[in-house]
Design a protein. Structure first.
Length: 272
């Protein structure tokens, strides 16, 4: 699955030349903790299942592996209530807990995780979002006849400066800020390729802050925008907001902790 942006970013020239196999000895690196703590909150439900994924980096060519945490918890700093998350399975990277809506929508929050003798922390507020007013399939194309256009419409809250993250499914993400549509209804088109009639597209609209907006822009840029997991190890050492009590310049955890209100809608791809 590829994401197609609204403008052609460049033209790649391909040159053929003689190839020679070169063996490269890559340096061995210490494993690094990766914490995916993007907490999606559905405020229409009285309770929410919250999930944090913990993984470890390995060698250069190996995929991330599930990390075993000693403990992980989220504390509401306003009420002082702490919720412990439990591992969902022996070989799983997911740590989960069911929490009441009031716990996760009111106040400021502290994430704490212990791993291999180190304590990692991060803080977040609750960032509200807005509903998706309309989601429909369009008939326009961007590059190819097989492109699938999805038109998204939503109405910004004009009382604040807002930042949004769109999750377009299939590892497709897009950030937006309300500089040019504050307090207005806004509609735009997003294009997919390689989708077949009958496939389901689920779009999520998350409220975020400027710091996470900047972080995700860098992650999307480094990934090339081609179907990715936003908390996988990026090309360069891109730091999120996960801190360590033993933190040094060269020793930190990847990932991000943020609590985001999330609105969702879905559609079934139709024959063009």
């Amino acid at each position: 699955m590829k994401k197609i942006f609204f403008s052609l970013l460049g033209v790649w020239l391909l040159f053929q030349s003689c190839e020679e196999v070169v063996d490269v000895d890559l340096p061995k690196t210490e494993s690094r903790l990766v914490i995916d703590a993007l907490i999606r909150v559905d405020t229409s439900q009285p309770d929410n299942l919250i999930r944090v994924n913990a993984l470890e980096t390995a060698s250069f060519f190996e995929e991330l592996q599930p990390a075993r945490l000693n403990t992980i918890s989220i504390t509401n700093l306003n009420s002082g209530t702490a919720i412990s998350l439990e591992r969902s399975g022996e070989s799983s990277s997911a740590y989960e807990a069911v929490v009441p809506k009031d716990f996760i929508t009111n106040g400021n929050f502290l994430l704490q995780a212990e791993h291999k003798g180190r304590t990692y922390t991060a803080t977040s507020s609750f960032f509200p979002s807005v509903p998706i007013d309309n989601l429909e399939q369009g008939n326009d194309i961007l590059f190819e006849e097989t492109d699938i256009e999805v038109k998204v419409r939503f109405t910004d809250d004009g009382t604040t400066d807002d930042f949004y993250l769109f999750d377009f499914d299939f590892g497709e993400y897009l950030t937006s800020r309300d500089d040019f549509y504050q307090g207005q209804q806004f509609e735009f088109s997003y294009f997919y390729e390689e989708l077949q009639p009958g496939e389901v597209i689920r779009v999520n609209l998350l409220g975020i802050d400027q710091a996470f907006y900047n972080y995700m822009n860098q992650v999307i840029e480094q990934s090339g925008g081609d179907g990715f997991t936003p908390f996988a190890t990026p090309v360069s050492a891109l730091r999120g907001n996960i801190q360590s009590e033993q933190d040094t310049t060269e020793d930190f955890a990847f990932g991000y902790f943020i609590v985001s209100e999330t609105f969702s809608d879905s559609l079934i791809v139709q024959e063009k």
